[in-house]
Design a protein around this ligand. Structure first.
Ligand SMILES: Cc1cc2nc3c(=O)[nH]c(=O)nc-3n(C[C@H](O)[C@H](O)[C@H](O)COP(=O)(O)OP(=O)(O)OC[C@H]3O[C@@H](n4cnc5c(N)ncnc54)[C@H](O)[C@@H]3O)c2cc1C
Ligand code: SF4
Length: 498
């Protein structure tokens, strides 16, 4: 059952488990817990259903955490996006689905001393989730020319890559995934995992922001949330959920933000101390033929080069009105971009990062984010943009330009490389949509918040099951890994209860 601001749960509720956050992590863990017969209540800050409208302002207000205004401070400021609502990030993401790379899982299994994290042991969980959320390769019929330029470029260069796998079984290739899906074609978790959990008895209170944990001695025993009007954000009644199990899945920013706001973060170890972001920037290509980069699957192609394993270039797109801003051009150069807008194609370059940031909360409950780049990551960013230039040029672009202030146009990847050598980090248009690892699993309570089962080292009854639990940077888009680990954590909880 689903509850909202106008039809809330009673102000005091008992359950076996309370889950905070209805994104991929919260959805996956709730599905397992309800399937195991537990009475589960979920609290979600955002609205109960997707309020799709093809407008950035509207999406920012209803479906992006903190109104899409989260900014990291540190080496150089840049925005970080995270989704909001029943479905969390999966409502507004591009539906790209990668399994966790095997080498990453090997290092996790070793550092956690737990074979459940090996690829062969996680494979059945991936199979099950992928089948349920409808993961399949992008078809050439819906891909659109922007993605096909990249797929052709990767093929010509003999690189791994091409069209990606996505959870979008009903996709018609309208190209606006980051606003939500106008036709319900995306397999966001509100369309599948949440429905399974509701069928098994989940009570989901939306429009309700968790504000504090209920704690008895060293044990978490519930969560206090407050309703907020979905349109005005005016505060409403309090909902108090008492439960033996508390599972936080408010996302890699939302979970540490809640724990710091509540004041118990310090008691739990290094909460919010290892913010990783997969930061990135972009490069645009200009083709002689028309591309219409906003037509076709939003982000449907990728490239991977074993010589540069920490780099993952994949499609970027934007509607025509946003392209000029994204291009980083002003004045006459912006006018030129407008003239060429039908001919542009693009790659975003994502770094599997080693730089480290942190999450804290301000008094008003907003996230305070810091992030420091390390020189190795800046090198990967630049080399990855050169690789991206090669791919776009091989795929059909006549010339390319990096989305950085002062960057020029080039007809060769060597030209891009020479220019990037001298370009400072603050010239790049940087962004992140993949916060992770802020409450990592590990064996040592000094350097990790959770044990390998996702349970807090220093508080009984408290689990975390979102993208914050990754022990290290992932290197691929995180939603599938988040669902897989949350499923594993949910199963572990059921086993521990016998
Ligand atoms: C624009 C965009 C594009 C992306 N594209 C892809 C992609 O193509 N493929 C991919 O794999 N990944 C993609 N990602 C990343 C992916 O969506 C996230 O990694 C994933 O959603 C993380 O899941 P989560 O459950 O950890 O957190 P979230 O999805 O962030 O869910 C957390 C939920 O908790 C809620 N919440 C937060 N605080 C509170 C609180 N105090 N009380 C109650 N509720 C709270 C939030 O509203 C949110 O709904 C993208 C992300 C964005 C923003
Ligand atoms: S491209 Fe359009 S139809 Fe396809 S999943 Fe994204 S929003 Fe939905």
């Amino acid at each position: 059952m689903r509850f909202g601001f106008d039809n809330p749960l009673p102000d005091s509720v008992d359950a076996d488990a309370v889950v905070v956050g209805a994104g991929p992590g919260g959805a996956a863990v709730s599905r397992i817990l309800t399937g195991g017969g537990l009475r589960v209540v979920m609290l979600e800050e955002g609205p109960p259903r997707s309020r799709f409208r093809p407008s950035f302002a509207h999406t920012a207000k209803y479906h992006m955490q903190e109104g899409a205004s989260m900014l990291v401070q540190g080496s150089v400021p840049f925005p970080v996006m995270a989704g909001r609502g029943v479905g969390g990030g999966s409502l507004v993401n591009s539906a790209i689905c990668f399994r966790t790379p095997e080498n990453v899982l090997e290092s996790w299994a070793e550092s956690l001393d737990d074979d459940r994290y090996l690829a062969q042991n996680l494979a059945p969980i991936y199979d099950e989730i992928e089948a349920r959320i409808g993961v399949a390769p992008v078809s050439e019929a819906t891909a659109g020319e922007n993605n096909m330029v990249i797929a052709r470029g990767a093929q010509k260069l003999g690189l791994e890559g091409g069209l990606v796998r996505r959870n979008a079984p009903g996709c018609i290739g309208c190209g606006i995934c980051n606003y939500g899906c106008p036709v319900g074609g995306k397999g966001s978790v509100d369309q599948n995992l949440i429905l399974d959990a509701e069928d098994a008895g989940l009570r989901l209170q939306a429009d309700c922001r968790a504000e504090a944990l209920l704690v008895d001695g060293r044990r978490a025993v519930g969560v206090v949330g407050r309703l907020h009007h979905p349109d005005t954000k005016a505060p409403g009644a309090v909902v108090r959920v008492r439960a033996k199990l508390v599972v936080l899945a408010a996302g890699a920013i939302g979970t540490p933000r809640l724990l710091w706001q509540d004041g118990i973060a310090r008691d739990l170890g290094p909460v919010g101390e290892q913010l990783l972001l997969h930061p990135g920037s972009g490069i645009l290509g200009v083709c002689d033929h028309e591309v219409h980069m906003w037509k076709g699957v939003t982000q449907g192609a990728y490239v991977w080069d074993p010589q540069l394993p920490e780099a993952l270039p994949h499609t970027i797109t934007a509607p025509p009105e946003a392209l000029v801003i994204q291009s980083g051009r002003v004045g006459l150069e912006a006018k030129q971009v407008m003239r060429e807008v039908n001919h542009l194609c693009g790659l975003g370059m994502m770094v599997s990062d080693r730089g480290v940031g942190s999450v804290r909360a301000s008094r008003s409950g907003r996230a305070k984010l810091r992030y420091e780049w390390v020189p190795e990551d800046v090198d990967v960013l630049k080399q990855g943009l050169v690789l991206s230039a090669r791919v776009l040029l091989a795929g059909g672009a006549r010339e390319v330009f990096v989305t950085a202030f002062g960057a020029g146009r080039h007809r060769s990847a060597e030209g891009v490389a020479a220019e990037l050598d001298d370009l400072p980090l603050h010239a790049f248009q940087l962004y992140s949509a993949h916060p992770m690892s802020t409450c990592p699993m590990g064996l040592d309570p000094e350097t990790s918040v959770l044990n390998p089962a996702g349970r807090a080292h220093r508080m009984d009854g408290l689990y975390i099951a979102d993208a914050g639990v990754f022990p290290s940077s992932l290197g691929v888009n995180p939603q599938l890994t988040t669902m897989a680990l949350a499923t594993l954590i949910g199963r572990g909880i059921l086993q521990e209860r016998g």
